[in-house]
Design a protein around this ligand. Structure first.
Ligand SMILES: [Mn+2]
Length: 386
């Protein structure tokens, strides 16, 4: 973190002992045929860059024997438990900074050209080999990265690499934002990108100001101009009106609590593609983790909890002070030690879960989240078996 995070690249040879790709290339191809999954196909046949967006018919995706193509599938951590489990070793970084896991497969020579990203990324070589080259970002006179014009992709003009690595399965390359890089497949290969996000001021203010504009509570003074003299220049903006609007903009002071809670909701907002399937079933039925030998815990009678509850892989949880945030909602004052543990470990089991279940407020929240699909009960959880 001191030397590399957000500062300079880091190559870690055999970052994962006994590496095995969590998903095969056929499964990646199948994901790219789904209309609820974001995928892109980039080809550079005869030096002609082309970009297409999925879903793709299976025959549209080139075979592994063809050259100069790459298929990129976004958000695979939300689609597959084994891919989601790859995130666990990266939780030395805050969940709030995590974006998603992208998986790309490519034929020989495939890549997306030299480019620069605005996010931190850990690039795990999953199968086959890839050559990575990095270098300074060529910039135009105005300071923006200098791009080749007229292409469907943002490809740097005049990329001058000064470092090069050939990575093999299990190797990992970390790249901070703003570093020019180019990855080229050496034979068919698969690369897994663990991407991190950082909001920009404009992105955040767009969301926050929309929230403020929609806030039905709070005072809403309106401009008034009683006593104004009649005008002979009706097109001239009235100085008093301008002064009032300037004052509203400059003097805008959001309520601290409202702002803090918005930040927590903003940073735990599920990905726009995510749709949770809630269940109307009571918690404690056979499918929800109760083995049937215990009374159903529907919250009303204080029955037994499931042996283990786990956050759904698509759920985003966080806390700050006494406030707990889950999937874009604020549960004010709910951040108990056990719920904080649920957020940090993404699961609750054993004694800690039993104790939380005995507290009506916590049990009610857990049941609500189980029913909305944000939390799942695990009857076959490995950790609980011990
Ligand atoms: Mn990149």
């Amino acid at each position: 973190m001191r030397r590399h995070w957000q500062r300079r690249p880091l190559l870690v040879r055999q970052a994962f002992a006994d590496w095995r790709a969590p998903m095969g290339s056929d499964a990646v191809r199948r994901l790219a045929t789904r209309d609820d999954v974001q995928s892109r196909l980039v080809t550079a046949i005869d030096g002609q860059w082309r970009l297409a967006h999925g879903p793709f018919s299976p025959t549209r995706i080139p075979s592994a024997r063809r050259a100069d193509w790459t298929l990129l599938v976004q958000g695979v951590d939300r689609l597959d438990d084994r891919v989601h489990a790859l995130l666990e070793p990266f939780r030395f970084l805050s969940d709030a900074r995590l974006d998603d896991v992208m998986i790309s497969i490519a034929g020989d020579g495939g890549g997306v050209g030299p480019h620069v990203d605005s996010y931190d990324v850990f690039l795990i070589q999953a199968e086959g080999r890839r050559r990575w080259r990095t270098g300074p970002t060529p910039r135009s006179a105005r300071g923006a990265p200098a791009l080749i014009e007229g292409l469907p992709l943002k490809i740097l003009a005049d990329f001058q690499p000064d470092d090069e690595w050939i990575v093999e399965p299990g190797d990992m390359l970390y790249l901070p934002p703003g570093w020019a890089h180019e990855g080229v497949a050496l034979g068919a290969c698969m690369t897994i990108s663990i991407g991190f996000r950082a909001p920009s001021r404009r992105e955040f203010l767009r969301a926050w100001l929309a929230e403020c504009a929609d806030d039905p509570g709070g005072a809403d003074p309106r401009f008034g101009d009683a006593g104004t003299a009649a005008t002979t220049t009706p097109a001239a903006l009235p100085p008093g009106l301008v002064t009032t609007l300037r004052g509203w903009a400059a003097g805008w002071r959001p309520d601290d609590t409202q702002l803090d809670r918005f930040i927590g909701r903003y940073l735990t907002e599920p990905h726009p593609d995510v749709w949770f399937e809630g269940t109307a079933e009571g918690i404690g039925d056979d499918e929800s983790g109760n083995d049937g030998s215990r009374p159903a815990g529907d919250g009303a009678d204080g029955g037994m909890p499931p042996s283990c509850v786990r956050l759904d892989r698509r759920s985003r949880a966080a806390y700050r002070g006494r406030d707990f945030f889950l999937n874009g909602e604020c549960f004010a004052g709910a951040a108990s030690a056990s719920l904080k543990s649920l957020a940090d470990r993404r699961s609750l089991e054993g004694q800690v879960l039993q104790r939380a279940w005995r507290r009506p407020a916590e049990r009610a929240l857990l049941i609500e989240w189980l029913q909305s699909g944000w939390l799942t009960a695990r009857p076959d959880c490995d950790e609980c078996a011990t």
